[in-house]
Design a protein around this ligand. Structure first.
Ligand code: PLP
Length: 390
């Protein structure tokens, strides 16, 4: 018999009562060090006092207004995002997939607006993940996402990740944009080198394509910069953001420069809950915290410290940990065997991490992680390696 809850996830039997900072407290009486952070969502950990205050304060006024009216916090949050990024304008939605969808629609509308409606195709990369809607699974093009959901949405040309020649060869008169995660998350913490991203920018400029980045996982401070593309010193045309931007409250955003957004007019796009007042209140509190002087510097320091410790473990257990990947606090361990077996072992030891493709264990602690938590996490990963080795 099918369960009451549509069985699309393999859930562990763990259940939690509450969380604080980097810790999650379980019904079984144990506490867990959370180095998965809701898969890069709980960027400021659990029960962050500023976020709790922002949410509860707004909750007492109203939860929802339609987009027929001015929404408190909306202009302010858009201003914070545009003031600190390449972007001139922002559309708010409720999830990552919706942010990517908005970007895809924006690409098509831009070319329609400039009188080239036949240009609609987007070059995307193997191993990528852009969400679970029909267009975003078609964008990723992965067999395991698409199988059984065909026909796929037309308009995506898939090339191998980091293959610049394949990108050039895939361009044709219908090509409109290139869409890439600067750091593949679900694909296994695969970092696009800055030269590669710079080359994509150049190719886009030479061929009048839009450069569209999916920074849903890599953005909002995770890489040590507000957005990971800043590490390459490039300016994209469109960026999809979500996950960390709401610190656990459902919030997504599609950021764009004026050029890319020029086709979007009243009636072009919308979302009932997009720019919901509760989401705006929390989003503003998240941005204020991340933009505080020293916050991102601390992410860089903690990331370097954690990565160097993990590399130490890799040297101790080269037959178990093949490679340490990533930047900032978006790290991955390529392990021997299935990553989900490794994450299950770590969970039994009291450390939460997240599996990814390519046998990679993702290590995505809240950005407020401290050295004592890093010591403890590395100790537990070492313990897991020692047990596996036995
Ligand atoms: C999580 C994720 C998405 C999808 O976000 P949802 O909120 O689940 O729709 C898209 N792209 C990337 C890179 C992600 O990590």
């Amino acid at each position: 018999m099918i369960p009451h809850v549509l069985p699309v996830y393999n859930r562990s039997s763990l259940s939690f009562t509450h969380g604080k900072g980097v810790w999650l407290y379980a019904e079984n009486g144990r506490k867990y060090l959370d180095f998965a952070a809701g898969i890069a969502v709980n960027a400021l950990g659990y029960s962050h006092p500023k976020l709790v205050r922002a949410l509860t304060r707004q909750a007492k006024k109203f939860w929802h207004l339609s987009n027929l009216y001015q929404i408190p916090g909306l202009d302010e949050l858009a201003g914070k995002l545009t003031g600190n990024t390449f972007a001139d304008t922002v559309f708010f939605c409720n999830s990552g997939a919706e942010a990517v969808e908005c970007g895809i629609k924006m690409v098509r509308k831009y070319f329609d607006e400039i009188g080239q409606p036949k240009r609609y195709r987007i070059i995307t990369f193997k191993g990528s993940f852009h969400g679970r809607t029909l267009a975003t699974i078609s964008a990723a093009g992965e067999e395991k996402l698409l199988k059984g959901f065909e026909p796929e949405v037309d308009g995506f040309d898939h090339v191998p990740f980091l293959d610049i020649e394949a990108v050039k060869n895939a361009i044709n008169p219908k090509t409109a944009a290139i869409l890439i995660e600067p750091i593949q998350g679900e694909g296994g913490i695969r970092v696009a080198p800055k030269e590669f991203l710079q080359n994509l920018r150049k190719i886009c400029d030479e061929n009048e394509l839009l450069l569209f980045l999916d920074e849903i996982q890599s953005g909002m401070g995770r890489s040590g910069k507000l957005f990971a593309h800043e590490l390459a010193g490039i300016k994209p045309d469109i960026v999809a953001a979500a996950k960390g931007i709401g610190g656990g409250f459902p919030l997504g955003a599609c950021l764009a420069n004026e050029k890319a957004a020029q086709g979007m007019k009243p009636g072009s796009h919308g979302s009932t809950y997009g720019s919901n007042p509760l989401a705006m209140a929390v989003g503003n509190a998240v941005m204020d915290t991340i933009l505080k002087s020293g916050f991102l510097k601390n992410v860089v320091e903690k990331g370097e410290f954690l990565k160097s410790r993990l590399e130490g473990l890799q040297k101790l257990y080269p037959s178990i940990i093949k490679e340490v990947r990533g930047v900032g606090l978006m790290l991955g361990l390529k392990v021997v065997g299935e990553s989900k077996d490794f994450t299950a072992k770590l969970r039994d030891l009291g450390l939460l991490t997240a599996p990814a493709s390519d046998n990679v264990v993702r290590i995505l602690p809240p950005l407020i992680v401290e050295n004592e938590h890093i010591y403890r996490a590395v100790e537990l990963i070492g313990l897991a390696c020692a047990e596996i080795k036995k």
